[in-house]
Write a protein that binds this ligand. Structure first.
Ligand code: CP
Length: 338
């Protein structure tokens, strides 16, 4: 994969060497992501950040990643605040905004919308999530997290045993992660969901075609006993025809400390793309796991900065120049990274 000047729209663009390249650059970004060093390598560059669906970590971490490389961020967060609300086409919007930016990240509720925008853009476009389709940067940071967590346990992504739990039908983070995991060897998948929210058949077929084992289940407790990673997801209520329809599925699978203690192997890693739904009728990942050292969800969100810095550095062709524009920080930095 040639990163320089490329859009990042789908994880299908990545092969294993490309993943390794992103991870190698990400590892070099850690001192900057952790605010031990400062670099100005992207000084003068502008990121156009266009999030037309709610977002906390993807929007803010893409912005922070660009700032940490020395660039500036211009945010647009609602369609109604743009001239699309006055009838302007996606094509014209893309032509205009790509004249104002060096790179664009975009989230939109419609599948394929970010790719459509990219065809008219004059600068690289990164997909920050398009409907139920894909979330490529999330999958890369998830995979990076899996690798780091397993490394500390003497394991690797090859031979991984992973349980994907929850709304596997509409969960775009799951869809992208499954595609990436298919590139590895001998992965064992356990897919835990209500039948109506099962992983769509093309993804299951891709798992089988890649030679991996896959088991589908509608029971949580009996499915998590032989997993290295539990990847829990929220019911994506915004993708359902109505909130009443989504409510039928919320709260069906709730992982808490007592279930973890009784049914999981010691040191099973708990992940979630977040946000977790902490409302009483959902609560798929209980707060009583917060002190469990195997809960990796905030290491996962920290890794989002590192991976997104790496993507910017590769796409804008500064990965080898980051250290040339660097110095130590001169302010107090809390010890908040593990
Ligand atoms: N994981 C994720 O995409 O989170 P946000 O919706 O907060 O960006």
């Amino acid at each position: 994969m040639n990163f320089v000047g490329s859009h990042v729209l789908s994880v299908s663009q990545f092969d294993r060497p490309a993943i390794e390249k992103v991870f190698a650059v990400a590892a070099k970004m850690e001192p900057y992501a952790q605010r031990r060093r400062v670099t100005r390598v992207l000084e003068g560059a502008i990121l156009g950040s266009m999030f037309f669906e709610p977002s906390t970590r993807t929007r803010v971490s893409f912005g922070c990643a660009f700032n940490l490389l020395g660039g500036e961020v211009r945010e647009t967060t609602e369609l109604k605040a743009t001239s699309i609300a006055k009838g302007e086409s996606f094509y014209d919007t893309a032509r205009v905004l790509s004249g104002y930016s060096d790179v664009i990240v975009m989230r939109h509720e419609l599948e394929g919308s970010v790719a459509e925008f990219a065809t008219a853009s004059r600068v690289p476009v990164l997909n920050g999530g398009d409907g139920a389709n894909e979330h490529p940067s999330q999958a890369l940071l998830d995979l990076y997290t899996i690798r780091k967590e397993l490394h500390g346990r003497g394991k690797a992504i090859d031979n991984l045993r992973i349980a994907l739990i929850g709304d596997l039908r509409y969960g775009r983070a799951v869809h992208s992660l499954v595609k990436l995991l298919c590139l590895f060897n001998n992965v064992q998948f356990v897919l835990v969901s209500p039948q109506e929210l099962a992983l769509p058949e093309p993804y299951v077929a891709a798992i089988r075609a890649a030679g991996h084992k896959v088991v589908e289940s509608t029971q949580l407790q009996s499915s998590i006993g032989q997993a290295d990673i539990l990847y829990v997801t929220r019911t994506q209520e915004e993708r359902f025809p109505s909130l009443a329809e989504a409510a039928k599925y919320k709260g069906l699978f709730r992982l808490n400390q007592s279930i973890y203690t009784e049914f999981c192997e010691p040191n099973t890693v708990i992940m979630h793309p977040l946000p977790r739904d902490s409302r009483g009728d959902a609560n798929e990942l209980d707060n009583d796991l917060n002190e469990n050292p195997n809960l990796a969800i905030f290491r996962q969100t920290d890794n989002g900065i590192t991976i997104r810095m790496a993507l910017f550095a590769l796409i804008l062709d500064v990965a080898d120049d980051v250290d040339k524009h660097a110095r130590d920080v001169n302010w107090y930095t809390a010890r908040r990274f593990q």
